[in-house]
Design a protein around this ligand. Structure first.
Ligand code: COA
Length: 158
């Protein structure tokens, strides 16, 4: 059975990677789908986010990376995917995630959203926190892999 793990991954963090690893143990195939969140202004462009995700999950043999610019349900329908993985860090994530899961299910009833609880160590990490700390020169090595730190370095050198 295959599952899709969609996100904007701006940038990918150890929180996301933990979910990829755990879902790769549950499903035969996991597709990490790099998408646009129209409610956010992305810091890294699409290519940069793809590059970081590709590096960060390269060790998992049953995980592939791709992209889609429309609705998640259209991707799921076209690729015969019936399960969406999302992470929940705290109660604050729940409301929006529930809304998205219901919206997706009402557009594509056979699509189930499976929520995995984020590991305690990662429960406070967010991409925006990482961006803020990196912007002010702080050490982000506890939260993101070296490929992400390298992309930040390239941005700040220019
Ligand atoms: N551990 C730590 N942090 C986590 C995490 C985890 N396991 N899972 C998510 N996060 C954090 C991220 O770091 C990010 O933090 P930020 O808000 O500070 O940037 C945040 O939670 C969510 O980011 P992410 O999961 O990368 O993506 P997203 O929520 O931006 O993605 C889409 C949303 C792309 C899946 C959604 O907008 C979508 O499906 N878009 C396509 C259009 C569509 O179909 N819309 C209809 C759906 S209603």
């Amino acid at each position: 059975m295959k599952a899709v793990y969609p996100g904007s991954f701006d940038p990918i963090t150890y929180g996301h990677i933990d979910l990829v690893e755990r879902s790769s143990r549950i499903f035969d195939e996991v597709i990490v789908l790099v998408m646009e969140n129209v409610n956010k202004r992305h810091f890294f462009n699409h290519e940069e986010r793809m590059r970081m995700v590709r590096h960060a999950v390269s060790e998992f043999s049953n995980v592939s990376i791709t992209t889609h610019s429309g609705l998640l349900v259209d991707f799921a329908r076209a690729n015969n995917v019936k399960v969406v993985i999302r992470g929940l860090r705290a109660v604050s994530d729940f409301e929006l995630e529930l809304q998205m899961a219901h919206a997706n299910k009402s557009m594509l009833p056979e699509l189930e959203t499976l929520f995995l609880m984020t590991e305690t160590n990662n429960s406070f990490i967010s991409s925006s926190m990482v961006r803020e700390i990196a912007t002010f020169g702080g050490d982000i090595s506890k939260w993101v892999p070296s490929c992400v730190r390298e992309e930040f370095r390239k941005k700040f050198v220019r």
